[in-house]
Every structure is written in C-alpha cells, then in structure tokens.
Design a protein around this ligand. Structure first.
Ligand SMILES: Cc1cc2nc3c(=O)[nH]c(=O)nc-3n(C[C@H](O)[C@H](O)[C@H](O)COP(=O)(O)OP(=O)(O)OC[C@H]3O[C@@H](n4cnc5c(N)ncnc54)[C@H](O)[C@@H]3O)c2cc1C
Length: 482
C-alpha cells in the first residue's frame, strides 16, 4: 500500500451533517476532504427531501387544477406533463449541486468523487469515479454514509425490478410522454415515504394500491392519527390494504406485476403495472471495512456510537442515519453541531433532543415530542386534548377537508409534552408549539396568546382550551412539594 496522503479531517459520505462539518473545519484552516461516491450534497438535495417535495408540489398543483371548479375557477381537461414535472425537479437539483460545489470551493474543502472504504484505522482507500485509487489518512474521520431503501426478502420481488424512491422520482420506468403515468402503481409499505409517493402518483393520475403488513398505515403514529390519514388517502381513491402479508411477486415492474398477499379476508391478487418498494431503510455500512478501523456496528447494522456520536474507534465519529440518528435532515445537521461543539471543548449530547418531523401528504402530518403511544410506553401521565380541523376557522375559509390537532400536556404540571397535527400548514403550526416546548412555556400562556385571525395557528388557542384542568390531587401534590 502506497503511503497514505495525510489530512486533518476526512468525511466519508457527503451526508447532511458531514458536509457542514467538513466546510466548517476547512474554513478554520484544517486540511479537509469529503469522499462521496455519487451525490454532491448527499441524499437530501439529490434524491430524498427536496426532489420528492418538488414533485409532490407539482402533484398538488394538478390536484388543485382538477378541483378548480369547487373554488369558482373552471378549467378544461387537466393534463399532467410528466416531462415538465421531472425537468422542474432536475433544474432544482442542478441548482443545489452548483450551490454545493461553490460551498466546497469557498470553504477550501476537497471533494473526492469515489467510493471509500477503511483499510486500516483512520485510513480510507478511495476507488475514484474517474479511475484509479487513492489512500488517505486523517487525524479525525467522520462517517456519514446514510442508508438505502430496503428490498425485503419476498419471492419474486427483486426479480420484478421494483422501483425505490430514487427511480420513482425520475420516472425512468415509464415511457415518459406527455400525460403518461403508471396505470396502476402498487406501493409496498405504508410508512412516510410510501404515503407521500402514493398520493403524488394518484394526483398525477395513477391508480394506486398500498400494501402494508402492519395493522395500520404509519404504524409509529397513534391509531387515531393513522386512521385519519388513511381516511384522507382513501377519499382520493387510494386503495389501502393493511395487515397484508406479501407472499410472492410475479412479473416485471413497468409492464405487468402481480402481488399475492395474505389479508384478513384471505389471499388476494393485486394486478398492477408498476411497483414501488418503501418498507424501510438499510444502513450503508456493509462492505466499507469498518472492522478494519475498529468501528463496531449494532445488531441492526448501524454504527455503534455513544451520545457524543463517538464510535468504538478513537477519533472516529458517525453522523446521521448510519449512526442511528432519526431519519431526518435536521437531525443529521444537529449531529454536526454536537460534534463541532464537542471538538471545541464542549460537552453536548444527543440525549433529550426534540426532533420534529413532517409527512408531506396533503394535508400534511406534523409531529413533535411525545405521542400517546410513547407516553403509555414510558408510563408518563398526560392530559390529552384534540380539535378537529373543521373547527379551525381558517380551514372553513380555504378548504373543508378533514384533519385534527392533538396535544399532550403533563398531568402534573402545565408543560406541553407533544403535539400532532394533520391539516394545512401543519409543519408551520407545529413550529409554534415546538418553540413553546423548548421555552418550557406553560400551555396557558400559548392558549391565552392573541394569535392572528385568520391563521391555522389560531386553532391552537381552541385546542389548548380543551386541555382538561390539572387534577386536584396533582395540584395539591405540587403545593406540598413547594
Ligand atoms: C424519499 C425520501 C424523502 C425524504 N424526505 C425528507 C424530508 O422531507 N425531511 C426530512 O427531514 N428528511 C427526509 N428524508 C430523510 C433525509 O433525506 C435523511 O434523513 C437525510 O438526508 C440525512 O441523511 P444523512 O446525513 O444520514 O446521509 P445522506 O444525506 O443520505 O448522505 C450519505 C451519503 O453518503 C454517500 N456514501 C455512502 N456510502 C459511501 C461510500 N462508501 N463512499 C462514498 N460515499 C458514500 C451516499 O452517496 C450519500 O450521498 C427523506 C428520505 C427519503 C428516502
């Protein structure tokens, strides 16, 4: 092995936290490189968050156009130009890639395009995309390699050439002509990714069937939330088969594909044209020589880290999804902030982070903090209040679709512990509640705030008015403790 080239810091995989850390270290004078095999800027701007939300927006425009007459705007036949939809997305991604290349240049970070693997502690061999190889050593190494879509072990599934979210965004499985979408898309998996794609394709014009093996969609949500989402999707004509075990797949995605599933009502054959698999994620940690570097994995294949994101090898950290961080961009970015602060002598940890998320169905689902299910598991006593979105005045003005707000407040004091909303602008309204939670604001302060009329957030006042009062016992207990 040739003598390795020496760096102060190396980042393997240009994930969301890793690239920010690299730019920061390089700007402070450290000799820094990022090794990335394909996506300049990582998954979020290239194949995950941004392109999916871009195309979901196009799908929503198609939906609004079709329903224009309900708002007093008549349109002729609405046709979706999938070539344009894809081009709009590609243009946005290109702009993102350019912005990332500028950031690499401006910060002085070297971007090495190739596939990296450890060959010794803190030493990477990179198979360069342009041919050849380099061996690199750094004083500090950060692993930010992300995850990929899992293809479950179902007979015939892999051979059917199913789409993952990456191909589903590129539409490269269908003859991409004006107004052509998959006639019948079968979606395996009723989680966040599966639902966002299901609704988007439905709105582009496909028939869509979701097959979910769990008893309900979005199984990590409270049952009332899952069933509200299912109701919304079903109302758009999306077929949802829950509690359905996929037994076998025949045929080829893109032509004819048949899924045999076992449901409560017996075996069913679902005959579709295309198949999308969205059943979960697998960390990109195998075959990258982590064992050569002393970096251990947990039982699920994620890099084993402590709450400072340090791996089992000295001076090697892991960031983002591959470290088991919740699968959201801002969580990976927060990993960067924790490591950065700790490198500067701080003592930050991943414990007790408040990580919100938003599912970009229409209307969206947003959640922060505890759900009822979590509270039950943790034995946390809570007070729960709900508000139907139809009782929020803004919904009546702009849109009469369903949805709800739900809040969990501590049973022993007035702290807000969790919030979920299905409704227009759910992510923005959630941010208001999140700010209150971070400030440990007693909920009556938010309940009694004058919030602008006619906003979605205005509904928070009504929601919080529905919180049951503190039980007399809890009040007296607090009194005794004072
Ligand atoms: C369809 C979809 C939509 C999503 N939408 C949202 C959303 O709206 N909001 C949200 O918060 N989250 C969303 N997510 C999740 C979000 O994209 C990720 O959590 C986020 O990108 C964090 O990723 P990361 O930092 O762990 O790594 P990534 O951004 O995934 O980066 C890992 C990088 O490592 C590279 N790599 C892997 N192995 C090697 C190797 N051996 N050598 C060199 N390079 C390598 C990969 O090519 C990749 O670029 C979505 C996910 C999907 C699948």
């Amino acid at each position: 092995m040739a003598a390795p080239e020496r760096y102060d810091a190396l980042v393997l995989g240009s994930g969301q936290g890793g690239k920010l850390l690299a730019w920061d270290l390089a700007r402070s004078g450290r000799h820094t490189a990022v090794v990335e095999r394909q996506w300049i800027g990582g998954s979020c701007p290239n194949i995950n968050c941004m392109p999916s939300k871009n195309e979901i927006w196009s799908a929503n425009v198609a939906y609004v156009a079709r329903h224009g007459a309900e708002f007093g705007t008549r349109t002729d036949r609405v046709a979706v130009d999938m070539v344009k939809v894809r081009q709009r997305k590609r243009d946005m991604v290109d702009r993102q890639v350019d912005a990332h290349l500028r950031a690499y240049k401006d910060s002085g970070t070297e971007l090495i395009m190739g596939t990296g693997r450890f060959v010794a502690p803190k030493t990477l061999e990179v198979r360069l995309n342009g041919g050849g190889a380099r061996v690199l050593y750094a004083d500090k190494v950060f692993v930010n390699v992300g995850t990929h879509g899992t293809i479950p072990d179902v007979p015939g599934l892999e051979a059917s050439g199913p789409l993952t979210s990456i191909e589903a965004l590129e539409f490269d499985h269908v003859p991409l002509e004006f107004d052509h979408v998959p006639p019948h898309l079968v979606v395996l998996g009723g989680g966040y990714v599966g639902l966002e794609f299901s609704q988007a394709y439905r709105r582009f014009g496909s028939r869509v069937t979701i097959i979910e093996h769990g008893p309900r969609l979005l199984s990590q949500e409270d049952p009332d939330i899952s069933s509200e989402v299912q109701r919304i999707l079903s109302a758009e004509g999306i077929e949802c088969l829950v509690g359905a075990q996929t037994l076998r797949v025949h045929g080829r995605s893109g032509k004819d594909v048949t899924v045999l599933a076992r449901t409560a009502g017996g075996e069913q054959r679902i005959e579709g044209s295309d198949m999308l698999v969205a059943v979960g994620r697998t960390p990109n940690t195998s075959g990258i020589g982590l064992e050569q570097a002393g970096v251990e994995l947990d039982a699920r294949g994620y890099v084993r880290v402590n709450d400072r994101l340090e791996t089992t090898a000295p001076d090697v950290w892991a960031i983002g999804e591959c470290a088991g961080t919740p699968h959201f961009t801002r969580a990976s970015v927060d990993d960067f902030r924790i490591i950065k602060d700790n490198l500067a002598g701080g003592n930050r940890s991943t414990r007790d982070r408040l990580i919100p998320y938003c599912v970009f169905t229409d209307p969206p689902l947003a959640h922060v903090g505890l759900s009822e299910r979590d509270a039950h598991r943790q034995g946390a006593a809570t007070r729960v209040a709900k508000l139907l979105m139809s009782d929020v005045l803004r919904v009546q003005a702009v849109d009469a679709r369903p949805g709800l707000m739900k809040v969990l407040v501590s049973a022993s004091d007035d702290r807000i512990l969790g919030f979920t909303m299905i409704g227009p602008e759910a992510g923005e309204v959630m941010a208001v509640v999140q700010a209150a939670m971070l400030a440990e604001l007693p909920y009556p302060k938010l309940r009694d705030a004058v919030l602008a009329h006619l906003t979605m957030a205005e509904g928070l006042g009504t929601l919080l008015s529905n919180v049951p009062p503190l039980a007399a016992t809890a009040k007296s207990m607090r009194g005794e403790l004072r």
